[in-house]
Design a protein around this ligand. Structure first.
Ligand SMILES: Nc1nc2c(ncn2[C@@H]2O[C@H](COP(=O)(O)OP(=O)(O)O)[C@@H](O)[C@H]2O)c(=O)[nH]1
Ligand SMILES: [Mg+2]
Length: 347
């Protein structure tokens, strides 16, 4: 009996030791990130993406400590259908920026990678040179997770990258579901990479996306395609006149480029710099960031409330019954909802 209990204590003790060894040291993380240690930047992002409660606590503390060192970057969102050339563009554009002395972080918000699982590898090989550049940091999207899970922590990741001294943040997304709107809500400048010859449907040319972009870049303007790309850019420019700009005081631009040849990259950067200059002097830049922070707060509140509700023991029991009664038209939807909330409120 005594032997048994001693071994139990021992096991507990070992577990305790193991846990304290795993417990992240927030001081160390903070200092190393500020020191621009890339390995610790990766580790910090992994910590932030973790769902373990004790990691969430440390991650929260780390972010709070890093907050005064964040914000000093231009956050750029890039969307476009698969195959438009986003990864190739980021490789060329990112390299140019690195050569200019910028520090570039690339984050992917790619719901398709969670579904298909394959795109990360493809991107890594496509961004081979950039991923080796000392001024660049590439973080592929987590290979697992729900659609929401993939971009759940991208905002936090942006902040940590900024604290680590990255002054250009590129966020890549595929136009699936609501990902474009979500990315628009976390960047300063949002652009779409388009290609020639694709029908409107293929380009995701819903009016909705036109209202989100600050620029449309017509990629693959090389070889026989140069003139057509220029023409397509002109057409986009005209179309953009008819939709409301997402950014007060800024007229969205359209221009061609070739990510493969590296042409037009300076023009894109020129436009982004002009955008930053103009919106900073008009105050639009700052007010957008403030609004984004506020919206982020509300979306976190939403998420927590949902979690509280759906994980409520009584709700879990009652919900299938209410579902059934609503579907069989025994009670109205409103009444089912009322009943659920009566239970949720503990009345
Ligand atoms: N001709 C040409 N091909 C390109 C260009 N940019 C990308 N591609 C090709 O288009 C394909 C898809 O590119 P990728 O960067 O993976 O697109 P993504 O799915 O939007 O990330 C690849 O075969 C690229 O080599 C370009 O500027 N010109
Ligand atoms: Mg890609």
């Amino acid at each position: 009996m005594r032997k048994w209990s001693r071994s139990m204590d021992e096991r507990k003790y070992r577990k305790f030791i193991k846990r304290s060894q795993l417990e992240p040291n927030v001081d160390e993380y903070c200092n190393k990130v500020l020191d621009r240690d890339r390995m610790f930047l990766s580790k910090a992002i992994t910590l932030i993406e973790s769902n373990a409660p004790r990691h969430e606590r440390s991650a929260g503390e780390l972010l709070q400590r890093l907050l005064p060192h964040t914000g000093n970057s231009i956050r750029i969102g890039i969307t476009g259908v698969p195959g438009a050339g986003k990864s190739t563009f980021i490789e060329a554009f990112g390299l140019m920026l690195c050569e200019l002395g910028h520090r570039v972080a690339v984050l992917a918000v790619d719901p398709s990678s969670a579904i298909r699982g394959g795109s990360i590898l493809g991107d890594k090989t496509r961004m081979e040179q950039l991923s080796k550049h000392p001024n660049a940091f590439i973080r592929p999207s987590p290979s697992e997770g729900t659609l929401g899970g993939v971009h759940r922590k991208t905002r936090e990741t942006i902040l940590v990258c900024e604290a680590a001294g990255y002054d250009v943040i590129l966020v890549e997304t595929v136009g699936v579901g609501q990902s474009e709107g979500i990315v628009r809500g976390m960047v300063d400048f949002f652009m779409m990479l388009a290609i020639t010859g694709a029908g409107d449907e293929l380009q995701g040319m819903k009016k909705g996306i036109m209202e989100l972009v600050d620029a449309i870049i017509v990629n693959k303007a090389d070889g026989d395609n140069v003139e057509l790309a220029k023409k397509t850019a002109r057409e986009f420019k005209q179309m953009l006149h008819f939709v409301q700009s997402p950014t007060n005081g800024w007229t969205p631009r359209a221009l061609p480029c070739s990510s493969l040849k590296g042409t037009g990259m300076e023009d894109v950067w020129e436009i982004i710099q002009q955008f930053a200059k103009e919106t900073k002097s008009s105050g639009v830049f700052e007010s957008r960031r403030k609004k984004q922070a506020k919206d982020w707060l509300y979306s976190l509140i939403d998420a927590r409330l949902q979690k509280l509700f759906f994980e409520h023991a009584e709700i879990k029991k009652l919900l299938p019954k209410m579902e059934h009664q609503v579907m069989s038209e025994e009670i109205t939807v409103k009444k089912a909802c009322d009943q659920l909330f009566t239970v949720f409120n503990g009345k």
